[in-house]
Design a protein. Structure first.
Length: 543
């Protein structure tokens, strides 16, 4: 029976269930969405948020995915089981969707003009000059600079924020009544994230559309949503107005999510601890070539004269937007990229050493990458992944001794040693990141470079990884170079901070000092965007 509502909602979802091979992924969820309203579906990975959203447009893979029961009504019209032709008319026209990762959602072989034009041609029948004018109008609406001259651009020629603006332009092409935004800012820098969120709010106010916002970031929910549905294991466990959910959460899971932000502070910075790694005047310049003979006409200065040092038991936080040179700096310190400038590891100069001479040192300096699913071989079980480094460096003796070392490494990162014969796809995202850390720890390194190790994880898992890294550092006096654009995580871990922009360090100092009294306008803008704060003079205050 459909519930009685006081008004006529734009969208009504009632007792919706979704099953995959007989296993229920979504269990009898219900919610409504009114015109001009923003409803947030909140929960961790696997909670059923995206599956619920894809159900609205019947985009789940049939016959593997089925709807054992429920109702989805758009202006009273039942969509569940509707004919394919009717659903095609609704998709992109009345209900549109913006996905999490625009680079995988956009066709890499087609220009943005062609990709936006497809939906206008299909639903509106536009062509020629009218089509081109509408595409330019949409790109200008979403704030893409120099829209007319960007029409022939391919997706890889745009930044992450620009690609997401193109995705939003495509979604808005036919003036939809409902925009589904599935984690649209997760992969973006904090300043770009703030711009995209403001853009969505402005467009909503101008066009009167409803937004279904799917996210695990509660900071975004507080800024964007009128109402919230909290999902756990396929069930809506709590729903209500945003202010009520944040100020007086009723369900234990909601309270757990709200409390999941990385907490605690790093130990005070110690100038007495020995320096593990230092770089002096580091430069990584990539040549730009032109002509038949490849004449160098300029350079991309990815890292341009950076001084850096990290001490035993300390964490150096390196922050900045995409393209600022953070990751390039980390790879240069490990001699995984050619660079100019002196690099010392444990007092030994390594920038002038050949690769063969560096190999014994690789055991002591390790890296953990952003995406564990991409950095762990899908063809090897976890035990062999961790064992690889031990074999290369001739550590831990025979096979039995290595298995013992592997079990110890897995146990240290909070994983069951008995899982070492399972494969990466059998683990969650947080567990895979723990495996990546275990692989590095098994070699008993002195230095860990952590490149955005928490950016793809849920907030509760982020907090667990931060606690784990802090515990490991305390236990083994590890030196960390923590590369991130997530300043909440950096604040919980870093003793010292480098703020990078366009390959240069614009601000440096003890982390607490930089967070409390940022001096450079760029640092102030980063903090304001990331931490929902504002700058009063040079002081940071809550808003």
């Amino acid at each position: 029976m459909t519930p009685v509502t006081k008004s006529n909602p734009l969208l009504e979802v009632y007792d919706l269930s979704v099953s995959f091979g007989g296993i229920l992924a979504v269990k009898q969820i219900s919610f409504t969405l009114d015109r001009g309203e923003t409803l947030a579906l909140v929960g961790e990975s696997g909670s059923g948020k995206s599956v619920s959203a894809l159900s609205l447009l019947q985009l789940l893979p049939y016959p593997h995915a089925r709807h054992p029961g429920g109702s989805i009504r758009l202006r009273g019209e039942e969509l569940l089981g509707a004919p394919s032709a009717r659903l095609r008319a609704i998709r992109g026209n009345q209900i549109a969707m913006v996905f999490q990762e625009p680079m995988t959602s956009l066709n890499p072989l087609h220009s943005i003009e062609k990709q936006i034009g497809e939906t206008l041609l299909l639903h509106k029948g536009l062509s020629g000059a009218k089509l081109k004018a509408r595409i330019v109008e949409l790109l200008e609406l979403v704030g893409l600079p120099d829209a007319m001259h960007r029409l022939s651009a391919l997706p890889h020629e745009l930044s992450g924020g620009q690609r997401q603006r193109v995705m939003i332009a495509m979604a808005l092409a036919n003036d939809p009544d409902i925009l589904i935004a599935d984690e649209p800012t997760t992969a973006l820098d904090v300043t770009i994230q703030a711009q995209i969120l403001k853009l969505l709010k402005d467009l909503q106010a101008r066009l009167g559309m409803a937004i279904l916002f799917i996210t695990h970031d509660l900071g975004i929910v507080r800024k964007m949503a009128d109402r919230v549905c909290v999902m756990q294991a396929g069930v809506v466990v709590e729903t209500g107005l945003t202010a009520g959910i944040f100020n007086n959460p009723q369900h234990p899971y909601t309270r757990q999510l709200l409390a999941a932000e990385p907490k605690g502070e790093p130990p005070p910075e110690s100038n007495d601890a020995p320096v593990v790694m230092a770089g002096d005047g580091l430069k990584v310049w990539f040549p730009l070539k032109r002509g038949l003979f490849g004449r160098v006409i300029d350079h991309v200065k990815a890292v341009d004269g950076v001084n850096v040092s990290v001490r035993e038991g300390q964490t150096l936080g390196v922050v900045g937007e995409s393209g600022s040179g953070k990751t390039t700096l980390g790879l240069a310190l490990l001699r995984l990229l050619s660079s100019n400038g002196a690099i010392h590891f444990d007092g030994q100069r390594i920038d002038n050493q050949p690769s063969k001479a560096l190999r014994p040192l690789r055991q002591a300096m390790q890296i953990v990458f952003q995406d564990p699913y991409g950095s762990l071989s899908p063809r090897l079980p976890v035990g062999e992944i961790v064992e690889e480094g031990l074999q290369v460096h001739g550590l831990a003796g025979d096979r039995k001794a290595r298995r013992t070392r592997i079990a110890q490494a897995l146990e240290e990162v909070g994983l069951d040693p008995e899982t070492q014969d399972r494969y990466p796809h059998e683990f969650s995202g947080g567990q895979r990141q723990r495996i990546a850390i275990a692989r590095a720890l098994a070699l008993q390194p002195r230095l860990l470079i952590l490149d955005e190790p928490t950016s793809a994880l849920d907030v509760s898992v982020q907090a667990q990884i931060v606690d784990l890294l802090r515990d490991l550092q305390h236990r083994y006096r590890l030196a960390y170079v923590f590369i991130s654009h997530d300043l909440r995580v950096v604040r919980a871990l870093a003793n010292h901070l480098l703020v990078m922009k366009n390959g240069r360090v614009v601000e440096e100092g003890p982390a607490r000092q930089v967070f409390d009294r940022p001096q450079h306008p760029y640092t102030q803008a980063l903090l304001a965007a990331a931490l929902n704060l504002e700058v009063a003079g040079n002081d940071i205050v809550s808003i």
